[in-house]
Design a protein around this ligand. Sequence first.
Ligand SMILES: [Zn+2]
Ligand SMILES: [Zn+2]
Length: 392
Amino acid sequence: MSMDIPLPLQASREQLVALRHDLHAHPELAFQEHRTGDRVAAFLESRGIETHQGLAGTGVVGALRRGTSPRAIALRADMDALPVAEQNLFPHRSRHEGRMHACGHDGHTAMLLGAAEYLAAHGRFDGTVVFIFQPAEETDGGARVMIEEGLFERFPVDSVHGMHNWPGLPAGQFAVHDGPVMACADQFDILVKGHGAHAAMPQQGRDPLIAGAALVQAMQSVVSRTLDPLDAAVLSITRFFAGGEAYNIIPAEARIGGTVRAFRPEVEDVIEAAMERICAGVAAAHGVQATLDYRRGYPPTVNTSAEAALCRQVLTDLVGADNTRIDLRPSMGAEDFAYMLREKPGCYVWIGNGLAEGGCMLHNPRYDFNDDILTLGATYWVRLTERLLQAG
Ligand SMILES: [Zn+2]
Ligand SMILES: [Zn+2]
């Protein structure tokens, strides 16, 4: 796959593979990416790129300026691994039991470093490229923390760009979405408070289990009956706890929890309001109290049209129109790059990781990033930079 890869990047393939394997062998969880961050910072510094550490703890930012233009763009990679026990047996498998790069952030980091190295040595552009290496994409919103700690005040940019590998999409292909690409990920807990009693004397209590069961059922009408059918959303109840050891006690309370996914904040508002209504109504019907704690998680990841069109153009030039997919549906998964897209225009693309054979799916214990796409992904970053910061 050496379609349109610049020669220096072709030559750096083995270096990027070695770097990726080293990161894969030493996975670090959210906000603990010390070794990874230090490696990234050392790599950037040794290529003469102004390097900053410390945002969100382990975050690293590189800034590369050329020419006189005030234009600036940000390219972002994530560095964290997952609490997954790797089942792969290849030499670069995780050295740390129970931790694994099962989402390919090792590859994302290596691709962006490859692009940074190339741009520092050969890049033809006028303006500033900001390389963002963020911690904690998987669970704790490292992007949000970097923003809260002043990322875009210290490094002002006109647009932000992200890329995630996508198993199932053939290597050599990319996908671009105009608009939503990933969903929000909200969480909720419902505490149902009844009145405990002897199981043989239910009239003396208020059964939170029966009320909870009714709540689980009633919640199934939120998506089907309150949303516009053209608005996609999921409400999944994934937790239900009540009772203890005893078979003869009606417990005093039940706890229910789950997740909501949608592509528009307005839809999240409608869902939350419907859940409040149902909690109040079902609780009243059963003579118990039901308290909803609805927590907004990652917002929907929504590409802006102008930037999506530009990225699509860059990709079409790089891999051809047939390999630049615009027909893929958005994913109901979530991505904390959404926080960056709330601050700045930008676009998050998927790069094909190859057919997901042998369990090579994201978050699967047999997953591995595809080394054959490292230089292709780096080339996308390079071409995007040279397009957005075109030298006069
Ligand atoms: Zn990921
Ligand atoms: Zn992931």
